[in-house]
Ligand binder design. Structure first.
Ligand code: URA
Length: 238
């Protein structure tokens, strides 16, 4: 965290409105830095060393937030879209002043674990192909998945554009006309899971991400709900 930051940035991140709102707020004399009323919202203060209060209540500054979303169907993994609802529309009011974005993408019809953050560096690291961050999915497949598929997935699957995926760990949960599987992949090609099954003429009819790197989907989250990561989850991610 940088040592000195503009007071209005700190207050904006803590939910006190836009820069304009904060300028007005500061003018009313209710904002204090180390017990001295602040005169100007553009002054630089240290969010660590200085004590900032609004109406006597201390402001706790958080530069980054990390939210685990249980993504529901019907939302796209983007920050804005003219036609489709985006996962950002699910963000509760208390976090709406952070510039959150989804870390990677789940298809509109895919459900489950999606991380939202404003920490670009962390997101970049998690998505870097070289990092091979594992992602685990539960899927329902129209077709019978066999041990032969398990072996073939473990060797990598050549998908429609000729790309051969990295080895993937496929586990059969139940096999029949409709099969249920778990799959761990370490890449994030567009529609990767669907295309891997398509290579065997099988269709994914349900897809849920249950793990992302060290994070496990919190099953207490209803579809559409999100919660902040715990300190422990954040340090595991880093
Ligand atoms: N693979 C897919 O096909 N879709 C997703 O949403 C994620 C992985």
């Amino acid at each position: 965290m940088k040592d000195a930051i503009r007071l209005d940035k700190i207050l904006a991140n803590s939910g006190f409105g836009s820069r304009k709102d904060i300028k007005k707020l500061v003018r009313t004399g209710v904002v204090a830095v180390n017990d001295q009323a602040a005169k100007d919202s553009s002054i630089h203060v240290s969010p660590i060393k200085d004590i900032i209060t609004v109406n006597g209540v201390q402001v706790i500054y958080k530069e980054f937030v990390y939210l685990m979303l249980n993504k529901p169907e019907g939302y796209i993994s983007a920050t804005e879209d003219l036609r489709e609802p985006t996962v950002i529309e699910l963000v509760p009011e208390e976090f709406s002043h952070y510039d959150l974005f989804p870390v990677g993408r789940l298809d509109k019809d895919t459900v489950g674990l999606l991380l939202l953050t404003n920490d670009g560096k962390l997101a970049h690291n998690l998505l870097a192909p070289k990092k091979h961050v594992p992602k685990k999915y539960f899927a329902k497949i129209d077709g019978t998945v066999t041990e032969n598929h398990v072996r073939l997935f473990s060797e990598g699957v050549t998908i429609d554009d000729g790309y051969k995926t990295k080895p993937a760990e496929l586990k059969i949960v139940s096999a029949g006309d409709i099969s249920e599987v778990e799959l761990v992949i370490t890449e994030g090609k567009f529609h990767q899971v669907k295309r891997m099954f398509q290579a065997f003429n099988m269709e994914v009819t349900f897809l849920k991400r249950t793990e992302f790197g060290p994070l496990l989907l919190d099953e207490n989250l209803e579809p559409g709900e999100m919660r902040e990561l715990t300190e422990q989850e954040i340090s595991l991610l880093k």
